[in-house]
Design a protein around this ligand. Structure first.
Ligand SMILES: Cc1cc2nc3c(=O)[nH]c(=O)nc-3n(C[C@H](O)[C@H](O)[C@H](O)COP(=O)(O)O)c2cc1C
Length: 325
């Protein structure tokens, strides 16, 4: 399949793996790129620019295909050294960067000068237009159903994607709720030129996380995610567990007086215990409603091949077949 996204990133299939804290290591990024998509290493998980440089080199040994790096500009409790992370990205020969969170404008000139294509993740049309105006090459439009941070507007992709198509000139991918060929074909119909998946890629053989994480996604239905940190305007969609119930109880009790320090133990620094040790109640971890559409744990190659093959069948047989002669 050829779209402006496959052309932009030099990839075979319009399928991107979104940056994921403590999931987006070289193993997953290389597997996605080797399968013809765009794999992405998550910079901040590496803890330092030096470690990111090593992770990029490690990924390079596992694939000769293009892969990208995610740079997340979230409200951090201590500001990471972003310019040094960008040094590691540039010297590592990376050609694609997924930015997310705050406006990436101050860092764009260096990325662009290095010939890097930038795709910014946005949860609204106005942020997408801003990304376009500051020179981003593409946008990842993240609907309300997404795992992670859906923003505060609560617009699902059925509305957000066609609205983005009506306003944007640069290409965009649909992010949030994407699991299979039906997601891809629907997103293309709504105006996107590819898909970005997070949760679905965790439930694959190559995802370098504890088996308990994969099984939790497999067991979850579309009813099992919760929104935490709403009162802080830093909403995160996470999988329900004991720790999340605790957060929600504290949020109800504190009301408008809630401070991040009230729930810090449940939301900060919890990913290693969850993703590496498989302690599923150790804290809140991002997960999309799409968990309800995850029925197996295939290899990344099997997943992407299935998506592309089934998309072909849906377009040529099901949709064409619906047209009256
Ligand atoms: C466990 C997990 C961790 C994530 N961490 C990040 C992150 O560090 N930075 C980021 O930009 N997005 C992060 N995301 C969001 C994904 O990149 C992607 O936008 C999102 O998962 C798409 O929604 P989906 O889960 O419905 O596919 C994370 C998502 C998950 C599930």
């Amino acid at each position: 399949m050829k779209t402006r996204i496959t052309e932009l990133f030099g990839i075979q299939h319009p399928v991107i793996q979104g940056g994921m804290h403590y999931v987006g290591f070289a193993e997953l990024a290389a597997a996605v790129s080797n399968a013809g998509g765009l794999g992405i290493i998550t910079a901040l998980t590496q803890g330092s620019p030096e470690a990111l440089a090593k992770e990029i080199a490690r990924c390079r040994e596992m694939t000769d295909k293009p892969f990208g790096v995610n740079l997340t500009f979230l409200p951090a409790f201590s500001e990471p050294p972003y310019p040094e992370y960008i040094d590691a990205i540039i010297s590592g020969g990376i050609t694609a960067v997924e930015t997310a969170g705050r406006n990436p404008e101050e860092h764009l000139p260096r990325l662009k000068e290095a010939g890097i294509k930038v795709i910014h993740k946005c949860t609204s049309v106005r942020h997408s237009l801003k990304a376009q105006s500051i020179g981003c090459d593409a946008v990842s439009v993240d609907g309300f159903e997404c795992g992670g941070h859906p923003g505060e507007d609560d617009v699902p992709n059925m509305i957000l994607l066609p609205r983005a198509a009506d306003e944007l000139d640069i290409p965009f991918v649909a992010s949030g709720g994407q699991a299979d060929a039906r997601s891809l074909v629907a997103s293309l119909a709504l105006g996107a030129e590819g898909i970005n998946m997070g949760t679905r890629f965790i439930a694959t053989k190559e995802a370098p996380v504890h088996e308990n994480v994969k099984q939790a996604i497999l067991a979850a239905s579309e009813l099992d995610t919760r929104l935490v940190m709403r009162p802080l305007r830093n909403t995160e969609r996470v999988l329900q567990n004991d720790s999340v119930d605790e957060i929600l109880a504290i949020e109800r009790e504190k009301g408008a007086d809630l401070k991040i320090t009230d729930i810090l133990d449940q939301v900060a620094g919890v990913y290693p215990a969850i993703m590496k040790e498989g302690r599923m109640d150790a804290g809140a971890w991002s997960c999309g409603m799409v968990a309800g559409l995850v029925y197996d744990i295939p290899t990344v190659g099997e997943l992407i091949d299935r998506i592309m093959k089934d998309a072909d069948t849906i377009i040529r047989k099901r949709l064409e077949g619906l047209l009256a002669e």
